[in-house]
Design a protein around this ligand. Structure first.
Ligand code: PMP
Length: 448
């Protein structure tokens, strides 16, 4: 089987139908902001493998660190003994934690596992059962993580019953309150916190509530940064009732929003901070970070996993942390973010395009454009609101498809008409400009 088409067809037959793909073909190589396919196609990657390769594909320092580690120790199982990269990584992470109190670390493989670990910890530490999550949230595909995921039914269709004891409130996102996009952050915050207040008095009493889990930037639910007042409000409720605040920065963390962690903006202290994706730039690794005073309540042996905190992944993550400092990655992300927002806003200023654009939002290089609903260009906020919602894959998927045809990988997100931009944080000015041009051409062609 030599041809690219034959291999692709082989995959289509033998790889489970449960896996979806946004592009045809077989990937063979990744360098910086580009990936190559077996048929010679080269694509500008504005997906970063869903927010993972933040330093671009095969960053030389990261790949070298992993290769070197492969020659020393591949699997130093964490329940057998500490291994050096695990501890070196903690040394590097402590100074960039959003709060000094976050001093107790556990590494796992995936974001979903980190979510599972955090929820188990919260139940054990508080002696309570219930967990509150946000409507629109995505926390992963394992059973517990799926139970707190509320972004799309596709993830759990037909697999219920899920983990019991899960409740949810609306995120401070205008769609979820059936309000216009121009609604002030304070009103959205008040609406969501009011729902939390009702929930805690009507459905799950604080004494039965172990944790609130929140993405500070709603990811798969539409790329919505939470107002800082909302995050502060959650912290206050948690403090009042001894509920743990689990902050899921699996997608928004590690520089994605132009700062190490988005939660820094609100100065809110998480009880548990979750990270993954960009942490090891493509090597499987996630982190559950908490306070020693809390994790000391866990019995030795109650946390673990065969591959948890793999030595090669930890060595790669050490190199990622070094590269962030040495290569001014955050400053680059902020500069490219300004260019991206400027290009998207310029497109919105064009009167022929404006009616098709509902909203532009995000932070750093976690940015979204939401198109007007499929009910018609220029339709008001009520056309895309949950009441009478017409969830058709319309503009967003057509634009993303056009971008792919033109050589740029772009993802959609959420049940609304949203495309998301998550290019590498170290993308060059030239490649950012190129990506914005491809996007603009694609929008114009779809609108025409
Ligand atoms: N939490 C968030 C916020 C995520 O975005 C994701 C993945 N998209 C997960 C958890 C799950 O991570 P993983 O796919 O590594 O299990």
């Amino acid at each position: 089987m030599s041809s690219a088409t034959a291999l692709n067809d082989f995959g289509k037959y033998h790889v489970t139908n449960g896996l979806g793909r946004i592009s045809e073909g077989v990937m063979t190589k990744g360098t910086g902001s580009y990936v190559e396919y077996m048929d010679g196609k080269k694509m500008l990657d504005f997906t970063c493998g869903i927010g993972v390769t933040n330093l671009g594909h095969c960053h030389p320092k990261v790949s070298k660190a992993a290769a070197d580690q492969c020659m020393n120790l591949v699997h130093g199982q964490c329940s057998i003994a500490f291994h050096e990269p695990y501890l070196r990584l903690i040394e590097k992470l402590i100074p960039v934690m959003p709060h000094l109190s976050l001093d107790s670390f556990f590494f796992w493989n995936s974001g979903s596992e980190a979510v599972e670990g955090a929820m188990k910890m919260a139940r054990v530490i508080t002696g309570r059962q219930n967990i509150i999550s946000m409507q629109g949230a995505y926390h992963g595909r394992t059973f517990g993580a799926m139970a707190v995921t509320k972004s799309k039914t596709i993830y759990s269709d037909g697999v219920a019953p899920l983990m019991p004891g899960v409740f949810s409130i609306p995120y401070p996102f205008w769609h979820q309150h059936n309000l216009p996009p121009s609604t002030s952050p304070q009103i959205l915050t008040d609406q969501s916190l009011y729902q939390l207040h009702l929930l805690l008095s009507q459905q799950t009493s604080p004494k039965d509530t172990a944790a609130i889990i929140v993405e500070p930037v709603l990811g798969e639910g539409g790329y919505v940064p939470a107002p800082k007042e909302f995050l502060q409000g959650l912290r206050k409720v948690c403090d009042e009732h001894g509920i743990l605040l689990i902050v899921d920065e699996v997608q928004s963390g590690f520089g994605r929003t132009g700062q190490w962690f988005f939660i820094e903006e609100s100065e809110v202290m998480p009880d548990v901070l979750l990270m993954a994706k960009g942490l090891a730039n493509g090597f499987p690794l996630s982190g559950v970070v908490s306070r020693k005073e809390l994790t000391d309540k866990l019995a030795p042996g109650s946390m673990g996993g065969t591959y948890a905190g793999n030595a090669v992944s930890c060595a790669a993550a050490c190199a990622v942390a070094d590269a962030f400092q040495e290569e001014n990655v955050l400053a680059n992300a902020q500069a490219r973010s300004r260019e991206l927002f400027a290009a998207l806003n310029a497109l919105k200023d064009d009167q022929t395009i404006a009616p098709y654009i509902q909203d532009i939002r995000g932070r750093g290089l976690m940015v979204a454009m939401e198109f007007s609903s499929s009910q018609g260009p220029g339709a008001g906020f009520d056309a895309t609101a949950p009441k009478g919602i017409t969830v058709k894959k319309g503009m967003a998927s057509r634009v993303a498809k056009k971008c792919i045809e033109k050589g740029m990988l772009l993802l959609t997100t959420s049940v609304y008409e949203v495309v998301r931009f998550i290019p590498p944080l170290n993308i060059s000015q030239v490649d950012m400009k190129k990506g914005c041009e491809i996007f603009e051409e694609s929008v114009r062609e779809v609108v025409r």
